[in-house]
Design a protein around this ligand. Structure first.
Ligand SMILES: [Zn+2]
Length: 390
């Protein structure tokens, strides 16, 4: 935990401690005053004053734990109250928009989604539909969102939420942050989908205990979100992580980015469909069902997906060599890959990556958050400024 600078005024210190306490409850859930004091390095009277203040304003509540440990008076649990601060999370995908109202503590209070087709992918159409659904959802749940986080599969400028380029959506220079905040009348933060997937795994998923993580986003395109030394890798202007456009196969298929044989053209959804002998525009459900049908037959996986596995491994070896993660999380469509293929990826990366060999094997896992990862990441992006204001 960071500490306020020396000479900070008492109200600044109190505010800092209050934010740290709320963040701890929001991320890790209910806790006793004693554990909060120990974890945050604060004395009991400071914790008591903070908890009493938050309880008075309805942000937390205190309850007797369901399971008592030992004799004597049980320690009360401090619980975040979901309705005390609600944010709206929006996950704009190539084929679908999903949105959710998420309460303090991370519970999804309600959600909505709709499919996108060619015409409804227009940014104006998406913004109008989001505004309509936001109102319906807020009325239905009787909540008011105090912030909004949006995940977009594209190159996003974090400062103002400009979507510079989202090729699979056919969006160029869309001022999404500004346009949404003028319609929704609350602050809107926009992030790249893979970066938000990484954030979600770091806060609530497979990467909670890891400081160096790469999240591989596999939807129509391929992207990467990187946590380095506990912090998101941002790049210049917030533009980073276009792992799908590293060339793994010189002279391979032409990519819209201008290169040939990008990782995305070799292991994106269309490539996976080709490897499975399915039409390239097969519905996601068909692709996932086909992958699941192979789960118990490692020989069929090796036979039908051997070359696909090789290109996927080749990209992962480079990613691990360049970024040195302790953990690689395979997201989205890749969570449906058969376990025998993921084992093969682990073996190949350990065999061929110098970095992986040096650390005794880089962990590679499927995302436990699955298709919700970007929605959860968008919610956490919206919560960042909110936790200091509740
Ligand atoms: Zn490319």
């Amino acid at each position: 935990m960071s500490t306020p600078t020396a000479g900070a005024r008492p109200d600044e210190v109190r505010r800092h401690n209050r934010t740290a306490l709320l963040r701890r409850l929001h991320v890790d859930g209910p806790s006793t005053r004693a554990s909060l004091a120990a974890e945050l390095g604060l004395n009991r009277s400071t914790i008591k004053a903070l908890v009493d203040g938050l309880a008075e304003s309805g942000v937390v509540a205190e309850r007797v734990p369901a399971q008592r440990s030992g004799a004597g008076r049980p320690s009360l649990l401090v619980l975040p109250q979901p309705h005390a601060a609600v944010v709206m999370a929006i996950d704009v995908r190539v084929e679908q928009v999903a949105m959710a109202m998420v309460g303090l503590g991370g519970d999804i209070l309600g959600r909505d989604s709709w499919n996108l087709h060619h015409r409804s992918r227009d940014p104006g159409e998406v913004i109008t539909h989001v505004a309509d659904s936001a109102k319906l959802l807020a009325d239905e749940l009787d909540v008011q969102a105090v912030g909004v986080g949006v995940s977009v599969p594209g190159v996003v400028r974090r400062a103002d939420g400009l979507v510079h380029e989202a090729p699979n959506l056919h969006w160029t220079d869309v001022a999404l942050g500004e346009r949404l905040s003028s319609v929704l009348k609350v602050p809107v933060q926009v992030g790249n989908d893979a970066e938000l997937g990484a954030l979600a795994e770091h806060v609530r998923g497979a990467a909670r205990q890891s400081s160096d993580v790469v999240y591989i986003s596999a939807d129509v395109g391929i992207g990467g979100g990187v946590i380095s030394n506990g912090q998101p890798l941002r790049g210049t202007g917030g533009y980073v992580g276009e792992l799908g456009h590293m060339v793994v196969r010189p002279g391979g298929r032409r990519c819209y980015c201008g290169c040939q044989g990008c990782w995305e053209t070799e292991v994106g959804e269309a490539a996976l469909c080709r490897a499975l002998s399915l039409p390239e525009d097969s519905p996601r459900g068909t692709v996932v069902a086909e992958l699941r049908s192979l789960a118990g037959s490692p020989d069929s996986v090796a036979h039908r997906l051997g070359e696909f596995t090789e290109w996927l491994a080749m990209g992962l070896v480079t990613v691990v060599n360049m970024l040195g993660p302790e953990l690689v999380v395979l997201g989205d469509l890749f969570t449906a890959l058969p376990e025998s293929m993921v084992d093969q990826l682990r073996r190949t990366v350990q065999k061929r990556s110098l970095v992986s060999r040096a650390v005794g094997g880089t962990r590679i896992v499927s995302s436990p958050l699955g298709r919700d990862a970007k929605l959860i990441g968008a919610a956490e992006l919206a919560f960042e400024p909110v936790l200091g204001e509740v």
